[in-house]
Design a binder for this molecule. Structure first.
Ligand code: NDP
Length: 460
C-alpha cells in the first residue's frame, strides 16, 4: 500500500460509477473501480435494459391480436419464456462486456470484490488489501426494500430475481404499485400470466399526475390485470401449490410467485460510512451537496445511493459532472429541472415537469389543456385503447409547466417535449409549431382551449 495507489477509487460499477470512472480516466486520472457483481449495475443487469426487452416481448401479444384487424391471418402462436430469458442473458452479457471494454480503454482498473471505507482516503477490499486515493466516489446504487413487517415476506421475490425465474408462473401476485410493480404487471399479463396487483393506495403510481394514474388503472384492468386497490398483505404463507397471500380485507390470494415491488433503498449497508462519519439520512441515503460531495470532503457519491432522482440518466449525469469538475477543466453541477421519465407499461406513460396538483400549489393561475382519443391503430384493431395527453400551463406567463402523456410511445414523445420545456417553451410555441399528420404527437400542438369538461366525462 502506498499513499497514492490511485487518484480516484470508485465503489460500484453501475451507470453512475462507470461513467465517472471512464471520464476521470479520460481526463488522465489514475482510476480504480471496485465491483463485486457484474459490471453494468442494476440498469443493465436487472433493471431498465432487461425490463425493456421483456416489455417488448410482451407487446407481441397485442401485435398478434391487432394484426387480424389489418387483414393478417395468423396461426396459433405460443411463447417460450426460457428462450426470452436466454436471449436477454446474451444481450446483457454483451452490454456488460462493452462497459468493461470502455473502462479498459480509459485505463481504469477493474477490481473484483467488496469494498468498505476505513478512512477519508482509504478503502478496504474483501480480499484483505487496502487501497488509498485522495478522491473516493461511492456509486453503489440501491437495493430492493421488501416490506419487512409482513410475516412470510421472505417467500416473496424482488425485481432482482424476477428476470430469471426458471419457469413462467401461472399466477403472479405483485405487491406495490410503483414503477416496478406496474411495469411487471403490464408485461406479465401479456405473457399469459394471471396477474394481480395489490396496492394500498386508491390508484397506482403515486407521485404521477392524477389523470395519468386513472388512465393507467383503466388500461391495466383492460389488459386483464386484477387490480386490488386499498389493500395490504397481512401475511404470506407457503401452500401446497405456491403461496397464500392473506390481505387485510381478510381475502386470501393464491399465487405461484409473489413479487414485492415496494420500493428500493440506498445500498450503503456494510460500506462503513457511519464509522468514518459520512452523514446519511435515516433511510441510509448519503447526504451530498450540489457537487455530489459528502460531509467528508474527499468522498463523493452519485446515483441512487444518494436518493436524489433515482433514474439512470440522472446517475450518469451526476457521475459525469463529478469527473469533469474534479479531474477536468469544466466544473459543473447537474440541472434537476425538467427531468422526464417514462413508465414502460403498455401503453406507456411519459411525464415531465409539474403535475396539475403540484402546479396548482405553486402558481395562482394554471390552465389545463388535455385530450383523450382513440389512436388510429385501434380503429381497425378494435382494441379499446385510449391515448391521453395533458399540458399544464402557467396562465399568467403562458409557460408550459408540465406534460403528461399516456399512450403508445409516450416515452419517445416525452423526451422531445422535455427539450421544449427545458428551453422554456410557452403554450404559443407549441401552438405555432406545425403538426405532423397523422400522428398522436400532433395533438400536442393542436390543443386549443382548456377543457375541463372532457376530463370529467372521460375519467370517472
Ligand atoms: P416506488 O417507490 O416507485 O414504489 C413503491 C411502491 O411500493 C408504492 O406503490 C408503495 O405504495 C408501495 N409500498 C411501499 N412500502 C409498502 C408496504 N410496506 N406495504 C405495501 N406497499 C408498500 O418503488 P419501485 O420499487 O417501483 O421502484 C424503485 C425505483 O426504481 C423508482 O423510484 C424508480 O426511480 C426506479 N425505477 C424506474 C423505472 C423507470 O424509470 N421506468 C422503472 C423501474 C424502477 P404507496 O404508493 O402507497 O406508498
Amino acid at each position: 500500500m502506498s499513499a497514492t495507489d490511485y487518484d480516484l477509487i470508485v465503489i460500484g460499477a453501475g451507470s453512475g460509477g462507470v461513467r465517472a470512472a471512464r471520464v476521470a480516466g479520460g481526463h488522465g486520472a489514475k482510476v480504480a473501480i471496485i465491483e463485486d457483481f457484474r459490471v453494468g449495475g442494476t440498469c443493465v443487469i436487472r433493471g431498465c435494459v432487461p425490463k425493456k426487452l421483456y416489455v417488448l416481448a410482451s407487446r407481441f401479444h397485442d401485435e398478434f391480436e391487432d394484426a387480424r384487424g389489418f387483414g393478417w391471418r395468423t396461426g396459433p402462436v405460443d411463447f417460450d419464456w426460457g428462450a426470452l430469458v436466454a436471449a436477454k442473458e446474451k444481450e446483457i452479457t454483451r452490454l456488460s462486456g462493452l462497459y468493461e471494454q470502455t473502462l479498459a480503454k480509459n485505463g481504469v482498473a477493474l477490481i473484483r470484490g467488496r469494498a468498505s471505507l476505513i478512512g477519508p482516503d482509504s478503502v478496504a477490499l474483501s480480499d484483505g488489501r487496502n487501497l488509498r486515493a485522495p478522491h473516493i466516489l461511492i456509486a453503489t446504487g440501491g437495493a430492493p426494500a421488501l416490506a419487512p413487517s409482513v410475516p412470510g415476506i421472505e417467500h416473496a421475490i424482488s425485481s432482482n430475481e424476477v428476470f430469471d425465474l426458471p419457469v413462467l408462473p401461472k399466477r403472479l401476485a405483485i405487491i406495490g404499485s410503483g414503477y416496478i410493480a406496474v411495469e411487471f404487471a403490464s408485461l406479465f399479463v401479456r405473457l399469459g400470466v394471471q396477474t394481480t396487483l395489490l396496492y394500498r393506495a386508491g390508484l397506482p403510481l403515486r407521485g404521477f399526475d392524477e389523470d395519468l394514474r386513472k388512465h393507467l388503472a383503466i388500461a391495466l384492468a383492460q389488459s386483464g390485470v386484477d387490480l386490488r386497490p386499498g389493500v395490504s398483505p397481512r401475511r404470506i404463507d407457503k401452500s401446497a401449490t405456491g403461496f397464500n397471500v392473506t390481505l387485510d380485507d381478510d381475502s386470501v390470494l393464491d399465487a405461484d410467485i409473489v413479487l414485492a415491488a415496494t420500493g428500493r433503498r440506498p445500498a450503503t449497508n456494510g460500506l462503513g460510512l457511519d464509522k468514518i462519519g459520512v452523514a446519511m439520512r435515516d433511510n441510509g441515503a448519503i447526504i451530498v451537496d450540489a457537487q455530489s460531495r459528502t460531509s467528508i470532503s474527499s468522498i463523493y457519491a452519485v446515483g441512487d445511493v444518494t436518493d436524489r432522482i433515482n433514474l439512470t440518466p440522472v446517475a450518469i449525469r451526476e457521475g459525469h459532472a463529478f469527473a469533469d469538475s474534479v479531474f477536468g477543466s469544466t466544473p459543473r453541477i447537474v440541472d434537476y429541472d425538467n427531468v422526464a421519465s417514462a413508465v414502460f407499461t403498455t401503453p406507456e406513460i411519459g411525464a415531465v415537469g409539474l403535475s396539475e396538483t403540484a402546479a396548482s400549489e405553486r402558481f395562482p393561475n394554471i390552465d389545463i389543456f388535455e385530450t383523450a382519443f382513440r389512436p388510429m391503430r385501434a380503429t381497425l384493431s378494435g382494441r379499446s385503447e385510449r391515448v391521453y395527453m395533458k399540458l399544464v400551463v402557467n396562465a399568467d406567463s403562458q409557460k408550459v409547466l408540465g406534460a403528461h402523456l399516456f399512450g403508445p410511445e409516450a416515452g419517445e414523445m416525452i423526451q422531445l417535449v422535455a427539450v421544449a420545456l427545458q428551453m422554456g417553451a410557452t403554450k404559443q410555441d407549441f401552438d405555432s409549431t406545425m403538426a405532423v399528420h397523422p400522428t398522436m404527437a400532433e395533438e400536442l400542438v393542436t390543443l386549443r382551449t382548456p377543457d375541463r369538461q372532457l376530463r370529467r366525462e372521460q375519467i370517472t
